[in-house]
Design a protein around this ligand. Structure first.
Ligand SMILES: *Cc1c(COP(=O)(O)O)cnc(C)c1O
Length: 362
């Protein structure tokens, strides 16, 4: 490692006994800056608070976009990333929506690679454990009139993490608030969507649920997703998931699970899913499983779907399809089986990472 200070920091670092998810922050980060129309090369630095202008557009107007992916070192001798190009392409899309410049492919690749490789010895190796990587981009130029910043900062921070949920989750149908609007930013991974979700999350937790289940913003009739996870129901033995409506975040996990299921010969249906029909299907036993999926939680079975008035429908506890898909994706991510899709890639190989991020391979 080039930087003497970083070596010392890493030598003095130890994983805490209890990891949790996203709770322990790794002692290094990657930082690149954009000003006067161009990006600098970026560098690995010690994890530390950053100086920011109080009038920065990210603080005033939420000009921000982020990604979440994991580095795995379970069966692998060196850390692996899972479909990182999809995170890159999605960050480009979110950045465009937020009027932010594209982070160059090689800067994004080096950011992931340098953070992961510096922390290679601290990636917990139990199944379901990983190094959670959080790349994000924000407007850091000061401007109180509402317009795009001309200075931006790209950071990659990381968290050695355990599994996200240990229990099946309880969700509450949110019929008042929306996290995303028609023509809004629901399909982009931006902090503002999460800010808009917090009130409903707080309310549902007070009522004994874990997360709100969001409906479409136009008619409030169709199931969309959870605040940070997509949804899949098993109905009459088929996988049904809300089609990407424009206000749903297109998850890498969602896409990968659907692909895995199709490969196993399962029927996958992407459609508009009316929430009241889904509740009827659960009550009638036609819907045998309902689960959430995302990078953080992988596959999280849903035990109950409730309403603000206290009514609840419970799902059977079997969860076979969810369990199978969870093992199938983890087997690939954690290097237990050959990867038939070419989804994994070595975190240490910056050239290979960068070439995956060329738009042609999209
Ligand atoms: C990140 C995210 C997901 C899951 O996407 P993955 O790429 O599978 O991690 C789903 N919904 C929202 C709103 C998200 O922000």
């Amino acid at each position: 490692m080039k930087n003497k200070g970083l070596e010392e920091i890493l030598e003095g670092y130890a994983l805490p006994a209890k990891l949790g998810f996203g709770q322990t922050l790794a002692p290094v980060m990657f930082r690149a800056g954009y000003r006067n129309g161009g990006w600098d090369a970026g560098e690995l630095t010690a994890y530390a608070p950053i100086r920011i202008d109080p009038a920065a557009t990210v603080l005033q107007y939420a000009q921000q976009a982020f990604e979440g992916l994991k580095a795995y070192k379970v069966e692998q001798s060196s850390p692996a990333l899972f479909r990182p190009e999809l995170n890159y392409f999605r960050l480009l899309q979110s950045s465009r929506r937020m009027c932010m410049p594209a982070v160059p492919a090689d800067v994004f690749a080096r950011g992931l690679s340098e953070v992961t490789m510096a922390l290679a010895d601290f990636i917990p190796g139990g199944s379901g454990q990983s190094l959670y990587l959080r790349p994000f981009l924000m407007g850091t130029g000061p401007c109180l009139s509402v317009k795009s910043s001309d200075a931006f900062t790209f950071l990659v921070i990381a968290s050695p993490s355990d599994t996200y949920f240990s229990q099946p989750i309880r969700v509450m149908v949110e019929r008042e608030d929306c996290r995303a609007a028609v023509g809004g930013t629901g399909a982009d991974k931006v902090g503002g969507n999460y800010a808009a979700s917090l009130q409903a999350t707080t309310a549902c937790i007070e009522l004994g649920f874990d997360q709100p289940l969001w409906l479409d913003p136009k008619e409030r009739r169709f199931v969309e997703e959870l605040s940070g996870m997509n949804l899949v129901a098993v109905i009459d033995g088929e996988l049904h998931t809300p089609r990407l409506s424009g206000s749903i975040l297109p998850g890498v996990t969602r896409d990968s699970l659907l692909e895995l299921a199709r490969r196993e010969g399962q029927t996958v249906v992407e459609r508009s899913m009316a929430v009241d029909e889904l509740l009827d299907d659960i009550r009638a036993g036609r819907c045998s499983e309902f689960f959430a999926c995302g990078t953080a939680a992988i596959v999280a079975p849903i035990a109950a779907v409730g309403e603000r008035d206290g009514s609840v429908v419970e799902l059977p506890r079997t969860g076979q399809v969810a369990a199978q898909l969870r093992s199938a994706i983890l087997d690939i991510q954690e290097g237990r089986v050959a990867d038939p899709f070419g989804w994994t890639t070595e975190a240490g190989d910056v050239a290979a990472l960068t070439s995956r991020m060329r738009p042609e391979s999209e």
